[in-house]
Design a protein around this ligand. Sequence first.
Ligand SMILES: [Zn+2]
Length: 246
Amino acid sequence: MNLRILGYSGGYPGAGVPTSGYLLTIGKKNILIDCGSGVLAELQKYLSVECLDMIILTHLHHDHTSDLPVLRYALNMKSKRGQTILPIPVYAPKTPTEAYEGLENDPFLPVSVIDSSVSICLAEALITFHPTSHSAECYGIRVEHNGAVYSYSSDSAFEPLLFEFLRESDLSILDCGGLSNDDDPDRKHMTPDNCFYLYTDFHMKRVVLSHLIPYHSVSDTISEASALGPWPFEIAEMGKIYIIEN
Ligand SMILES: [Zn+2]
């Protein structure tokens, strides 16, 4: 199992940095997790769009979904040129209702609902979904394959009781869309301090801080994270690939 970062900006794309998108490859299966602004341009450096086997949208905010409508165009245009296009299943939360309904009735991208009762088996991996605390219905993801564990917090406020699914991950991508001096009392994102707490409490082996807001400087995020003590955090990098093994 491996994971490649296709976009890690939070909210809106930074210069040359798409919003959320991660390509998880399990054996020969390619799963796109979130499909934010600019993700398709990155994806095609590695894979033709029709080679995706599944798309998971952790929630229906535009910075996680906005390239899905143009993926429709791509598949439709290739089909009209005579290329055989197999449907790519999309999994997404059922709310906000209007956003979910906008995903329906696409023959190339058939959509199914995710919630905490859903689990998916693909290429001998088990994918489960875990509710987070965000301003829209949102699910973190845990993927277990051959004893290795990948997890992704998606977007969330810092509510440790929700994050049991991160436990003992070999690689975890965490929402680090805040800094400690942000003054938004309703912030629905985590800070380096929050991520450090989760790393320590849930015994994760490798942690990548992602969903970085373009108006924050990456060096501020690194400074805050470094000041917490010695811990092996990494900052998301475009195109970087992570081998996930136990
Ligand atoms: Zn969000």
